[in-house]
Ligand binder design. Structure first.
Ligand SMILES: NCc1[nH]cc(CCC(=O)O)c1CC(=O)O
Length: 313
């Protein structure tokens, strides 16, 4: 069996951190990893917000093409950026152990007060914008696209008082010193997959190699949680640009119960639909699907329809 593994990744600093994290694990498992940088549409189109370029797969398509042609053996993604349904000839082989899931506010102002009346917070996520409108109605949510470094430069230039970002990315880039507030995950529920790294491969990759990669990279509890959240997202039919959220955790004496907190918020923050349900681990995907069906049936469909109509104007 071959031991050299070509790892496909985007070229951003965060993506490269993740690819190196994978490479380290593979080396420990006796494999010889090599990192191959592949540029995606999401890296090139920086002047429009994600919901306008059609967020579906903007960070993944070119990587997936590399898996098909055999140019790379595996592709590394932030799990949050992976579409809810992936092409039939590809599979998600592993989810790596999840980081703290929270959103955080970073700022150069050590005393940043989230309740100041003129607060401007930068974010590019529809979920975060909607949540800010609801939970911090006095604040202005301003568009902040680009990679972490670009956003921090805009922050430094004074375009915002703070940025709302995933703890995971901030921590991986070693900007922990700028974290002023950790937003509670029970209120600012994170996006599906936030904080985990996903490994994708072609279905027809050599089975023994797949097994070895899975053993080296997969974290079983994270995998269960992500499968639950992804089943939720798939049923929500939205991709990453709709303001849905889902956080699964394992609870109970033997971590044999999945606890799912998920929902949908209207863009103006006025309507928040959320539910908490639990199920045995063996029924985790059904839990995700059923919770999504419940949200859709209790007004979620109308929220999604309103968002779609707004976008098409
Ligand atoms: N959509 C961009 C993106 N994709 C993954 C992360 C951070 C790492 C993670 O959530 O795993 C980020 C930046 C952010 O949301 O602040």
């Amino acid at each position: 069996m071959k031991t050299s593994i070509r790892i496909g990744t985007r070229g951003s600093k965060l993506a490269l951190w993740q690819a190196h994290h994978v490479a380290d694990r593979l080396r420990s498992a006796g494999l010889a990893p090599e990192i191959v940088i592949i540029t995606t549409k999401g890296d090139i189109v920086l002047d429009r917000s994600l919901d306008k370029i059609g967020a579906k797969g903007v960070f993944t398509e070119e990587l997936e093409e590399g898996l098909r042609t055999g140019h790379v053996d595996i592709a590394v993604h932030s799990a949050k950026d992976v579409q809810s349904t992936i092409p039939a000839d590809l599979e998600l082989l592993a989810f790596m152990e999840r980081e703290r899931v929270n959103d955080v506010v970073v700022s150069f102002d050590p005393d940043l007060d989230l309740n100041r009346p003129d607060l401007i917070l930068g974010t590019s996520s529809t979920r975060r914008k909607a949540m800010l409108r609801r939970f911090l109605p006095q604040a202005t949510a301003a568009e902040a696209r680009g990679n972490l470094q670009t956003r921090l430069r805009k922050l430094e230039e004074g375009q915002y008082h703070g940025l709302v970002l995933a703890y995971a990315g901030v921590h991986r880039m070693e900007y922990d010193g700028l974290i002023r507030h950790v937003l509670p995950e029970t209120q600012y529920v994170p996006a599906t997959g936030q904080g985990s790294v996903a490994i994708e491969c072609a279905r027809n990759l050599e089975p023994a190699l797949k097994a070895q990669l899975h053993a080296a990279l997969d974290h079983a509890p994270t995998h269960i949680c992500l499968a639950t959240e992804r089943a939720y997202l798939r049923t929500m039919e939205g991709g990453c640009s709709i303001p849905s959220f889902a956080l699964a955790t394992l609870v109970g004496p033997d971590s044999q119960t999945v606890h799912l907190h998920a929902g949908l918020i209207s863009l103006d923050g006025q309507q928040l639909l959320e539910e908490v349900r639990t199920a045995p681990v063996a029924e985790s995907e059904r839990l995700g699907t059923e919770l999504a069906e419940s949200i859709l049936g209790c007004g979620g469909r109308e929220i999604l329809e309103a968002i779609r109509q707004g976008r098409n104007e």
